[in-house]
Write a protein that binds this ligand. Structure first.
Ligand SMILES: [Zn+2]
Length: 415
């Protein structure tokens, strides 16, 4: 009994709005402000070069699309096949109370229903500053699980650019590696990811660049994308004999290259900029027993919010604060990273790497209608929540509408 009672909600700026129609207990998303996690009406598009499927917002469907994975331009969205918005079910608004990064629905002061992500909890002082969330004067450090909730794909090795472009994953020395599809095997060597900006901006296609925020949902109308500092590398690994593997991530600001080297001595090595340091991880949950020698393991290595995190098969084994990464004695390290090199996997052993994927977190920039607004900080009352959209450049949310009191909450949503 899903009577589709559609009621279009006010639109502040053309692409900005979010939501929603009610048809019994089911809601349908309208608008771009939670993309790419929740979609309003959208159009499918398939890249002719790499096969990646992505979606295009109605606000830009009249323009040629750009593949966010390989950078192929001039793609035509399937305009004859618009797809409906994400369907949502509505759950409780309390018991348990809403947690940070949960997605929930509420009403604006004008009574419009909206859905956004919880960023601030009652009683907190919340600040959105240079793309990051600050809570009570401290930059908020996400857990691995929280990072996954807001992750945006940067590159997935299963989607290859045409041979005419430089490969994003480069094998060094190349003679040591075998590649089949998105699986790389070596006896000893480095796998380096060099990013390329794939959407309209001043950097030519094919040229190595730092990782920048893009919005696949409306990729070519977003203007100059902001640099991104927080990355997560996910891949499946198979080790055939013991040995070291080094993971290095470098954010856009260049100073945050980190290396973790789990080995038998439970020594962890971190590299920041040109400096490598080493310290014992005794007392921390140790990855010394990983890797296993048999079977595939899913390893996630993240460098975000000032911390380095390592998970194996979904279990976070290590969280190192940035403060822990300073002060120890310098140590010889692998060659410096090249221009545009954002990720490196270095194997000192026999290793197979399957389908490496890079994600970034949401970069909380200010949309144009807030660019002149002085306020970037909000004090929440004892019964107020702060909401933000996952597509912050176009989202109308608590930055403009203010915190949401309990009596305007509708409930958490599921989809
Ligand atoms: Zn493509």
């Amino acid at each position: 009994m899903v009577a589709a009672t559609l009621r279009l909600v006010v639109v502040g700026t053309a692409a900005a709005l979010l939501f929603i129609f009610c048809s019994g207990p089911t809601w349908t998303v309208v608008g771009d402000s939670m993309a790419p996690n929740l979609l309003g009406l959208h159009y499918p598009c398939r890249c002719e070069d790499c096969g990646y499927r992505f979606t295009v917002s109605p606000s830009v469907v009249d323009h040629p699309a750009t593949c966010p994975m390989c950078g192929r331009r001039g793609l035509a969205p399937a305009r004859s096949r618009p797809l409906g918005g994400t369907r949502l079910g509505l759950g409780a608004k309390a018991a348990p109370p809403l947690r940070r990064f949960e997605v929930a629905a509420f009403r604006t002061p004008d009574g419009e229903p909206m859905v956004k992500r919880v960023l601030g909890l009652p009683g907190e002082r919340v600040r959105i500053h240079r793309g990051e969330l600050w809570v009570n004067g401290r930059r908020y450090a996400k857990s691995m699980a929280e990072f996954r909730q807001t992750a945006v794909a940067v590159h997935d090795a299963r989607y290859r650019a045409p041979e005419t472009l430089p490969a994003r994953w480069q094998t060094t020395p190349s003679a040591n590696w075998q590649r089949r599809g998105s699986v790389f095997a070596t006896e000893r060597g480095q796998l380096r990811y060099r990013h390329q900006v794939s959407y309209r901006c001043a950097i030519p296609r094919g040229e190595a660049s730092e990782v920048r925020a893009h919005r696949g949902y409306n990729v070519d109308v977003s203007g100059e994308p902001g640099p991104v500092n927080d990355l997560l590398l996910t891949a499946d690994y198979r080790f055939t004999r013991p040995g070291r593997v080094i993971w290095v991530l470098r954010g856009a600001h260049g100073q945050s290259a980190d290396t973790l080297m789990p080995d038998d001595s439970a020594i962890l090595t971190a590299q920041i900029g040109d400096r490598a340091i080493e310290w014992s991880i005794a007392g921390l949950p140790t990855p010394a027993r990983t890797p296993r020698i048999e079977g595939w393991q899913r390893v996630e290595f993240g460098r975000f919010d000032g911390r380095a995190l390592l998970s194996v098969d979904g279990r976070t084994l290590l969280v190192a604060e940035a403060n822990d990464l300073a002060g120890a004695a310098p140590r010889a390290c692998s060659p410096a990273m090249e221009a545009g090199e954002a990720v490196r996997i270095e194997a000192a052993t026999s290793l197979v790497v399957g389908a490496p994927r890079i994600d970034r977190d949401v970069h909380y920039e200010s949309p144009s209608y807030l660019l002149n607004a002085r306020q970037d900080q909000w004090m929440l009352g004892a019964n107020e929540w702060f909401f933000l959209g996952d597509n912050p450049a176009v989202s109308k949310d608590s930055r403009r509408l203010g915190p949401v009191p309990f009596d305007r909450l509708l409930g958490r949503v599921r989809w």
